[in-house]
Design a protein around this ligand. Structure first.
Ligand SMILES: Nc1ncnc2c1ncn2[C@@H]1O[C@H](COP(=O)(O)OP(=O)(O)O)[C@@H](O)[C@H]1O
Ligand SMILES: [Mg+2]
Length: 247
């Protein structure tokens, strides 16, 4: 049974079909990259998986259960976590408190109190390398540190599926390589399936993803092992004739 299954989901905004009959299966522990030009439907697809949007057509399944009608917080309890394209931390709360919120609202929801949540938070803060920043207000972090905090918060939810929206945008290649290595380690150690959406950072896709899904005009155009997907002629064509690695 797939961890996540999308069965021909469609989402329209007025006359615009943002996501068009997309089917997708994700297994436990997979590392998947989602790429596609701006406006191709990637963020909308994430919103359909995390429950921010309800599809106009199609169904969403998680561990075999139909979750199409569940709100985002219930999906989070089941093990779907995400980071956002624009991170919105509680700026005056500390890094530790921000990450602890993840622990309280994830799969451990209802099973742990604030103190344990802080302990879970510390573990993931250490994993992403933010321990020296732990007691700073989140608002005082650099943009890269904010992204790392957001990832720690999502991991503190102890998810089974982590959706990362543009989590590496604006990062220095050195930081991207570190983050990619870190994500692979998290996958290996915790068996989490990770889907990373990256618009332009092929370095991250190639380094992290074992499988790549390419979105184009709301449709899933290609879904294949990374090397095969990036060499696909249709993919080369939508990226203006250049091999994807060079974009
Ligand atoms: N809330 C919304 N209301 C209206 N149109 C939207 C909304 N969200 C996304 N769209 C449109 O849907 C299409 C896909 O957008 P999006 O999923 O954000 O693409 P991507 O993340 O690949 O850049 C775009 O044409 C976008 O303008
Ligand atoms: Mg987007």
């Amino acid at each position: 049974m797939a961890l996540l299954k999308l069965d021909r989901v469609t989402k329209r905004f007025g006359g615009l079909v943002a996501v068009n009959e997309v089917s997708l299966e994700i297994e436990q522990g997979e590392l998947i990259g989602i790429v596609g030009p701006n406006g191709s439907g990637k963020t909308t697809l994430y919103n359909l998986i995390s429950g921010i949007y309800h599809p106009d057509e199609g169904r969403v399944f998680f561990e075999g259960r139909d979750i199409t009608d569940l709100p985002p917080y219930e999906r989070a309890h089941l093990g779907i976590a995400r980071t956002f394209q624009i991170s919105r931390p509680f700026g005056s709360a500390t890094v530790r408190e921000n990450v602890a919120v993840g622990a309280l609202f994830g799969t451990l929801h209802g099973q742990i109190g604030v103190e344990e949540a802080m302990e879970v938070a510390d573990r993931y803060i250490e994993l992403v390398g933010l321990t020296p920043e732990r007691d700073k207000p989140a608002g005082a972090l650099t943009p890269v540190e904010k992204k790392l905090m957001e990832i720690a918060r999502a991991l503190a939810m102890r998810p089974k599926l982590l959706l990362m929206d543009e989590a590496m945008a604006g990062m220095h290649p050195k930081d991207i390589d570190k983050l990619v290595a870190f994500l692979r380690k998290v996958r290996d150690e915790e068996g989490i399936a990770i889907v990373a959406m990256v618009e332009h950072i092929m370095r991250a896709v190639v380094g992290m993803a074992e499988r790549v899904m390419v979105m184009h005009q709301g449709r899933k155009m290609v879904d294949a092992p990374t090397a095969e997907a990036l060499g696909d002629q249709r993919v080369v064509d939508i990226y203006l004739g250049r091999p994807l690695e060079e974009v």
